[in-house]
Design a protein around this ligand. Structure first.
Ligand code: ZN
Length: 490
């Protein structure tokens, strides 16, 4: 039985047919911020991410690279793990669908469906996009081409195995209807309800035209369809069926996904879970895409922004801050390097970096690095009230997953603190030797910085740690600026 305090969050597992792009980074940053924030609220969090390593597309790209699929996925998955490390992603585990612990669970769940009579053999035919790994109806195609990839879809006719997904149509629809918060945001909820109402067909869950997958147990000519295999990671990753971790953390609190795979995570995954008599997750959170010149960023549509290069150039926290601040959760947003530089220079170098740098400098110079242990004067300061209330105002926004507003609450305090310095003019107090007022000023400033630091932690962990180290030491000294200004000449 899952304890109320336990919180389980997953990202979609990434398909490593190429190097990670900024969309992968965005999803991990969102999930990591939620995980870190929940931990700050004293929840016991388990955070899972990973890679989805089977399928025709991997087989195809490996061949192009003159590698075996095994060699290819090992090399590519290392890139995704490397990205997590660079972004300071605090995942508790990383599941790869080629691991034995996953394959065993995928086969066990398939067997449950077979025992139930939910699997049958038939002929399947239809238009198939290899890059999407999914079938389309003729009306979904544009001039015979996949709407996402703009490549011709193949007509496929084969014998294969089907999962009786249509049997679960009404049950899934009822579940969505009875659980208002199951799909977030609401706009996505309506989209999926309409699509299910249009009719659900049985799902083809085997392939025989390639071999890179989990062999189908009853028929070695076939491998299990990559989506049927991949979705199961959410339970294999925590040790379904009998590990204590599965007992402790299932059902998942949040499956965080991109809007393009909503169907698989609501209709398909829910039907698989119902067939296997596993409890359903509590919520599916759907984020938007990052646009670059108006195109969805994905490897197969050909537009790429390399997150690793951006992190090397600007630091992990700059990218984290930019994406959390500029994107509105659930909606599409734009990315450009110029906009990133603008945010770094104004919000990070100017507002935050400047506050930290000048505060440490003043504390070192005016009180020899020793912050007074209590306030002398007890007059009300607006800044103090804002800082004291910051945990609440950030929590209010995080409860509705409004990352941008949560950050803007923190920046409100940062800006007030900078104004407080300008208004108080401590350099004058110092010159006139007004020790009591100066001491009071330093006390307030230090309190505010500690509140800012504490609240920044889920969003910008590296920066928060640096501030904490600097301001929790017995003797505060000025250090290098946190965010040097960037000359955007190049
Ligand atoms: Zn496609």
């Amino acid at each position: 039985m899952k304890a109320k305090n336990n919180f389980y969050i997953t990202t979609a597992i990434d398909y490593p047919s190429g190097k990670p792009h900024i969309g992968h980074a965005y999803e991990k940053i969102l999930a990591d911020t939620i995980a870190r924030w929940q931990r700050s609220q004293k929840r016991n969090v388990f955070f899972l991410t990973g890679t989805d390593e089977h399928g025709q597309k991997i087989e195809k790209y490996a061949k192009q690279d003159n590698k075996s699929p095994e060699e290819f996925v090992i090399a590519m998955t290392a890139e995704f793990i490397g990205l997590c490390k660079m972004l300071n992603i605090s995942n508790d585990d990383f599941i790869r669908t080629t691991e034995k612990r996953h394959i065993d669970v995928a086969l066990a769940i398939l067997k449950k469906a077979m025992d139930k009579g939910d699997i049958y053999k038939d002929k399947y035919e239809g238009y198939y996009c290899v890059d999407c790994e999914c079938f389309y109806l003729e009306r979904d195609l544009i001039d015979g081409k996949c709407a996402v990839h703009k490549k011709p879809a193949d007509w496929i006719e084969e014998d294969g195995y089907f999962f009786k997904m249509s049997m679960y149509q009404q049950k899934v629809l009822d579940h969505i209807a009875n659980n208002q918060d199951f799909i977030f945001p609401k706009t996505r909820r309506n989209e999926i309800i309409n699509r299910i109402k249009e009719g659900v067909r049985d799902l083809s869950i085997s392939r025989s035209n390639f071999s890179w997958g989990i062999p189908f147990p009853a028929d070695k000519e076939h491998v299990i369809f990559v989506w049927f295999d991949a979705l199961i990671n959410y339970v294999s990753g925590i040790g379904y069926p009998d590990s204590p971790r599965f007992e402790d953390f299932w059902p998942a609190d949040i499956h965080l996904i991109g809007k393009d795979i909503l169907w698989f995570h609501t209709m398909v995954w829910m039907a698989i879970l119902m067939s296997a008599d596993i409890e359903l997750p509590k919520a599916v959170f759907v984020h938007g895409f990052i646009n670059l010149q108006g195109e969805k960023i994905s490897k197969s549509s050909g537009v790429l922004v390399d997150p690793v290069a951006l992190i090397e150039k600007y630091g992990a926290d700059s990218l984290r801050y930019f994406l959390l601040r500029e994107m509105s959760f659930g909606e599409d947003g734009n990315f450009s390097e110029q906009a990133l530089i603008r945010r770094i220079n104004s919000d990070l170098a100017n507002d935050l970096g400047n506050l930290i740098h000048r505060s440490a400098t003043m504390i070192e110079k005016y009180v020899q690095g020793n912050v007074p242990i209590k306030r002398i004067a007890e007059h009300q300061v607006t800044l103090w009230e804002f800082a004291e209330n910051l945990n609440n105002s950030v929590a209010e926004q995080m409860q509705i997953y409004n990352f941008a507003q949560a950050l803007s609450k923190i920046w409100e305090v940062i800006n007030l603190a900078n104004k407080f310095i300008e208004d108080t003019k401590p350099w004058v107090l110092f010159k006139e030797n007004k020790q009591e007022q100066l001491s009071d000023f330093i006390f307030i400033l230090n309190f505010v910085i500690n509140k800012v630091q504490e609240n920044l932690q889920p969003f910008m962990p590296e920066t928060a740690d640096k501030i904490q180290q600097q301001f929790s030491s017995g003797c505060i000294k000025k250090q290098e600026p946190l965010f040097p200004r960037i000359e955007d000449a190049d």
